[in-house]
Design a protein around this ligand. Structure first.
Ligand code: NAD
Ligand code: IPM
Ligand code: MN
Length: 359
């Protein structure tokens, strides 16, 4: 197949991990006879420096007509002055809104070879397999903001339609998994959460085969640490989902491991690791590219419909996590390029083995 992929490497470690993901996509294209055409654009701080805007019009136009968008990370200390008139993160939020990607899928699995890196004991980590579905285009991120000298407000607003579509997506995804949805809110305090909860309850009636439970977000933050293996699909609003998934990444061993797919109604999606620009390690060639590479696997699956290829990339990553080399954040000393090469080599081997198996 032929696909047009826009890459937005962004800031900090973004370009380093995106290059690794592209190398893996290139290996997939070569093995499975696909043609991926890439078009690279600016987003975030580097875009502000070059154009004054965090999401230049040509970058947005390219994303809107691409089959998929692969993003690294945006932001960094250079652009983080709280009184700056324009911020890198605005570019990312504008992109998510413009693409209409309201459902952000953030899978968490704990690789058995990495349990020693997790703050939790081994027995709690067995069978952890959670799919977070984070609402991505509403809530406090997108409400009206006001600021005077001594007061600031961020409006948190949700409409029924916004809740309905992401919750339906969560129930649908649960049907392909273990048939359980946990909806996380703060319905004991927030009106938006009460709208969220009553909408979830109404929609659940259409999915009698899926078990539903509600959790309050503060309690959920605790339960993720005490019984992470009891969750299947976890659906929640934008801000809660942001916070809970960084916590979830710690269970896996590193923030550098988790991928994400942001989807709307069509096949076009936005794919990014869940981590940020990691300013403390940027430019050193030591960032873990696994989150970005697994995001590329999600791109193959969700936007291009290439399930076998996605599985091959995931198998290659599994192999490298088990046998090494490993990056610093997960206890090794290999750089980004070495991990990239190891994943590409494992992919070569995986493809060769499956060809031998089927011939
Ligand atoms: P961060 O995710 O950039 O880093 C947090 C910690 O995790 C750091 O110690 C970092 O070194 C480590 N880390 C992150 N990714 C890693 C990787 N791939 N390999 C190894 N270690 C990794 O979060 P932060 O420091 O709070 O934020 C820095 C900037 O990134 C901020 O400007 C923030 O807005 C931005 N950010 C962007 C995105 C995004 O573009 N999607 C996501 C989160 C944060
Ligand atoms: C993420 C990031 C972003 C978010 C920031 C950079 C806007 O933390 O993708 O998780 O909060 O959504
Ligand atoms: Mn985040």
């Amino acid at each position: 197949m032929k696909a047009r992929i826009v890459t937005l490497p962004g800031d900090g470690v973004g370009p380093e991990v995106t290059a690794a993901a592209v190398a893996v996509l290139d290996a997939v294209a070569a093995h499975y006879d696909h043609t991926f055409d890439y078009e690279q654009h600016l987003i975030g701080g580097c875009a502000i420096d070059a154009t004054g805007e965090p999401l230049p019009a040509d970058a947005l136009a390219a994303c809107k007509s691409a089959d998929a968008v692969l993003l690294g990370a945006v932001g960094g200390p250079k652009w983080s002055d709280p009184s700056a008139p324009v911020r890198p993160e605005q570019g990312l939020l504008a992109l998510r809104a413009a693409l209409g990607v309201y459902a952000n899928l953030r899978p968490l699995q704990v690789h058995p070879a990495l349990t020693a890196l997790s703050p939790l004991k081994d027995d709690k980590l067995r069978n952890v397999d959670v799919l977070f579905v984070r609402e991505l285009t509403g809530g406090a991120y997108f409400g009206a903001k006001t600021r005077t000298v001594d007061t600031a407000t961020d409006e948190c607003k949700y409409t029924v339609v916004e809740v309905e579509r992401v919750v339906r997506r969560a129930f649908e995804l649960a049907r392909g998994r273990r048939h359980k949805v946990t909806s996380v809110d703060k319905a004991n305090v927030l009106e938006t959460s009460r709208l969220w909860r009553s909408t979830v309850q109404r929609i659940a009636a259409d999915y009698p085969d899926v078990k539903l439970e509600h959790q309050l977000v503060d309690s959920m933050a605790m339960l993720l640490l005490t019984q992470p293996a009891s969750y299947d699909v976890v659906v929640t609003e934008n801000l809660f989902g942001d916070i809970l998934t960084d916590e979830a990444a710690a269970l896996a061993g590193s923030l550098g491991l988790l991928p994400s797919a942001s989807l709307g109604e069509g096949a076009r999606g936005l794919y990014e690791p869940i981590h940020g620009s990691a300013p403390d390690i940027a430019g050193k060639g030591v960032a873990n590219p696994v989150g970005a590479i697994l995001s590329a696997a999600m791109l193959l699956r969700h936007s291009l419909g290439l399930e076998e290829e996605a599985g091959a990339v995931e198998a290659a990553v599994e192999h490298v996590l088990e046998h090494g080399p490993r990056s610093r954040d997960i206890g090794g000393d290999a750089g980004t390029a070495a991990i990239r090469e190891a994943v590409v080599a494992a992919l070569d081997e995986h493809v060769a083995n499956s060809e031998a198996f089927f011939s």
